[in-house]
Ligand binder design. Structure first.
Ligand SMILES: C[S@@+](CC[C@H](N)C(=O)[O-])C[C@H]1O[C@@H](n2cnc3c(N)ncnc32)[C@H](O)[C@@H]1O
Length: 276
């Protein structure tokens, strides 16, 4: 890289952010799992509006000393939105930080609508969702040829959000896919009963508590013990369940070891590796 190109790159990295709201998916909690783009914006932002009940403080380790940090766990949308709009109108850059990826269970839809209505520019920067971080920790692929090829991301109904009847857990369980169950630890016994309507009782379940946080804990158990282990170990907040036949690889490392994708198989040819 030429000297002038290097200088331009440094200047760009130091240039102040345009006044706008940057809605960022913070990933599961480990700062090393922020995207490069998210980290660059966080390092420059004037204001950080943090969903603090789900994003650990360690994510803020590289922010500016003078950045204003606003925690939102005790605030309503009616308090959060005017604050963000006001700061942008005062020519400040605002990061709105949510956990995981923003495309699921992030409550950003209503924030984006309100920002658009107020004429406030915003950008959306994706993050790593809890299910991806959990699969990586477990060193498993949730799609294994011949075993399971579908991933379902879902939750049970909570006090704030009802799941439509057509997406009821028992009907999703009928697919016996890799099922990633968010926001459900408080209703784990009912969830287990619905899952048992279709999955065998010995289907492996990973109970993933606070992946990437300092007190992370993962328990691999058969489905019939999912509720008991959650309650005995008190894994009740920020817990994700992975229910999947693919987790057999994490437990025993044998039954699925023979199952492999054809993609890299010597007898399989394709556009980039024609038959010889
Ligand atoms: C409001 S939702 C946010 C999900 C987030 N948008 C994502 O993509 O991971 C919060 C739920 O996500 C799951 N979750 C988020 N972060 C997690 C983590 N670090 N470890 C385990 N589960 C997590 C839990 O099921 C938690 O109850």
């Amino acid at each position: 890289m030429s000297h002038s190109a290097e200088l331009t790159q440094v200047e760009n990295s130091l240039s102040p952010l345009a006044p706008a709201v940057y809605i960022i998916g913070a990933g599961p909690g480990d700062p090393d799992l922020l995207t490069v783009k998210a980290l660059k914006i966080l390092q420059q932002a004037d204001v950080i509006v943090l969903a603090d009940s789900l994003v650990p403080q360690q994510i803020l380790q590289d922010i500016r000393l003078e950045a204003e940090v606003v925690c939102t766990s005790n605030k309503t949308l009616e308090e959060i939105l005017p604050l963000m709009i006001d700061r942008v109108r005062s020519h400040q850059s605002v990061v709105r930080l949510h956990s995981g990826d923003l495309s699921l269970y992030s409550a950003i839809h209503e924030q984006m609508q309100a920002l658009a209505a107020a004429g406030v520019p915003f950008e959306v920067i994706p993050g790593i969702s809890a299910f991806q971080a959990a699969a990586a920790k477990l060193k498993v692929e949730l799609t294994v040829p011949g075993l399971v090829q579908t991933i379902i991301l879902t939750r049970v109904s909570g006090r704030a959000s009802a799941v439509p009847p057509s997406e009821e857990l028992a009907s999703l369980a009928a697919h016996q896919a890799s099922l990633c169950l968010y926001l459900s630890a408080l209703h784990v016994r009912a969830a287990q009963e619905k899952l048992l309507e279709h999955y065998p009782a010995d289907t492996p379940v990973a109970v993933c508590f606070r992946i990437g946080w300092p007190d992370e804990k993962i328990c691999l158990v058969p489905l019939e013990q999912m509720a008991a282990v959650t309650q005995e170990e008190r894994l009740l907040r920020t817990t994700l369940y992975l229910i999947s036949p693919a987790l057999k690889t994490a437990l025993v490392n044998e039954s699925t070891s023979a199952a492999r994708s054809q993609l890299y198989h010597p007898e399989h040819s394709h556009l980039f590796r024609p038959s010889r």
